[in-house]
Design a protein. Structure first.
Length: 315
């Protein structure tokens, strides 16, 4: 689906609606319902999106369609949650009208709010801001092919990393952790880490963490903060494992697999595929010397060298 942006006519029109006191938006509402432009503005700190709706960084006014059914504080909090959502799929029964910047709790419901570019930022209090806390890393992380971490699908593209406020974590460290989670064979995070798939948030029990989301707009720093795979080159196509199998402690469910040859080694893609096929044919799964297996990352390597390859289920 083509992303719709609020950068031109739509923003101008909505800004005008916000600026005019008592502006009349075409929303169905019960008699005596009060449409309210909330005090303060909501500050979006960096270019973002909610589903197909692109939202440039800036200050926005929030308009509650019926203040008897939804308060300004509630509307601001819903707007924040929609921005934090990883894939922009609104929680049911909420629906969005991208043309008007309107969110409604079910079609025909009076529980609704709209947002529009504010002519001027709030001079006093604020309706909220996004991200609520933490630091948005200035450079993007590049995922070179469709991948996943557990149940979190990560299509190829650029990702913004936002550090959580609690704890001490640098952008460089967050990038390294993200790369290591992507390299993991089955997407099971290290013991102290957990994943919130809805918001794309990785956090540890030491109040350290970060959030990832498909990037919108140009990064503040052009050079990428990291990429995956960074330790090798993905081979074209897929290797098919026709039935559930295993090599040593590495379980290999039937399906297609991505093969990545390790950087600095001399194993070609065709050689890696041949070796993988041979290893699958070993009755006990004991690799011939000098090959060793890192089952956590699905890496086969000639001991003491960079010669090797990594396998991972294709999703």
């Amino acid at each position: 689906m083509r992303a719709r942006s609020l950068t031109s006519k739509t923003l101008v029109r909505l800004a005008g609606l916000v600026a005019v006191a008592g502006a009349s938006l075409s929303f169905a509402a019960p008699a005596q319902a009060a449409q309210v432009t909330c005090p303060g503005t909501f500050h979006v700190l960096h270019d973002d999106r909610i589903g197909a709706l692109q939202i440039p960084a800036g200050h926005y006014s929030i308009i509650v369609i019926d203040d008897r059914l939804l308060s300004c504080a509630e509307a601001s909090d819903w707007f924040r949650q929609f921005l934090e959502d990883y894939d922009g799929r609104l929680p049911r029964p909420w629906v969005a009208n991208n043309a008007t910047g309107t969110f409604t709790r079910g079609r025909g419901s009076g529980v609704a709010f709209a947002f529009g570019a504010a002519n001027t930022p709030s001079g006093g209090g604020t309706s909220g801001h996004h991200p609520v806390s933490g630091l948005s890393c200035p450079a993007y992380f590049r995922v070179l092919h469709n991948d996943r971490i557990g149940r979190l699908s990560l299509p190829a593209g650029q990702y913004r990393i936002t550090l959580l406020a609690a704890g001490r974590l640098s952008c460089s460290r967050a990038s390294s952790l993200f790369a290591s989670f992507l390299r993991d064979f089955n997407g099971v995070l290290p013991r102290r880490w957990r994943l919130d798939v809805r918001t794309g948030t990785f956090s540890s029990n030491h109040n350290v963490g970060f959030r990832v989301k498909a990037a919108v707009g140009a990064p503040a720093q052009p050079a990428p903060i990291g990429r995956h795979p960074a330790d090798g080159t993905r081979c074209p196509g897929f290797f098919e494992v026709e039935s559930n199998d295993r090599i040593g402690s590495l379980r290999l469910p039937a399906g297609n697999y991505i093969i990545t040859t390790l950087r600095g080694g001399n194993v070609s893609c065709s050689e890696a595929a041949d070796e993988f096929e041979e290893f699958l044919g070993l009755p006990m799964g004991n690799l011939p010397r000098p090959w060793v297996l890192n089952a956590r990352n699905g890496v086969f390597r000639e001991h003491g060298t960079r010669n090797g390859f990594r396998v991972k289920p294709a999703r």
